[in-house]
Design a protein around this ligand. Structure first.
Ligand SMILES: [Zn+2]
Length: 162
């Protein structure tokens, strides 16, 4: 199975960089400077380079509020960066020893029993296992320690949305 590692949409990132509202209706926090080793951007899917500014904001990676639509903190490069192309294991998934993976239904709800903390070497295999289940539309990867959303994994490249 070919996996697509989906970054946050570029149009949304551009709006946030311009001061647009985050999931809590607030402008992203500015002024934080990256160390280069601990501020993973959810657009380029790698750490913001050392010395570069990054944004801190609340993100809800679901189309609408509902009981399963978790909102939480993320980082983005404050300056321009290139969206991850989707293929291959992105750097953001190599910075922690393990990650929390959860399968979501086509209705954007947790598929119970799918949530598991897996070592980074096992992310690809477990995501593929979950995506082989027809009940599961996508797999969200979160920090195993802080629960922060990292990225979404799909079975194939999705149709690009506007
Ligand atoms: Zn970035």
């Amino acid at each position: 199975m070919s996996l697509f590692y989906e970054p946050i949409p570029t149009a949304l990132v551009a709006a946030l960089r311009a001061g647009g509202p985050d999931a809590n209706g607030q402008p992203p926090e500015r002024g934080a400077i990256a160390s280069g080793s601990g501020e993973p951007c959810r657009h380029c899917l790698q750490n913001t380079p050392a010395g570069q500014e990054y944004l801190i904001l609340a993100h809800r990676p679901f189309p609408a509020p509902q009981p399963y639509a978790e909102t939480g903190p993320i980082f983005l490069c404050a300056g321009e960066c290139e969206a991850w192309g989707g293929q291959g294991m992105p750097p953001i998934l190599t910075t922690s020893p393990d990650y929390l993976l959860k399968g979501y239904s086509h209705g954007h709800r947790i598929v119970y029993g799918s949530g598991r903390i897996v070592p980074k070497e096992g992310v690809e295999r477990y995501a593929a296992t979950l995506l082989a289940d027809p009940r599961i539309a996508y797999v969200d990867v979160r920090s195993a320690r802080n629960n922060c959303f990292q990225l979404r994994i799909r079975a194939a490249r999705p149709v690009l949305r506007g």
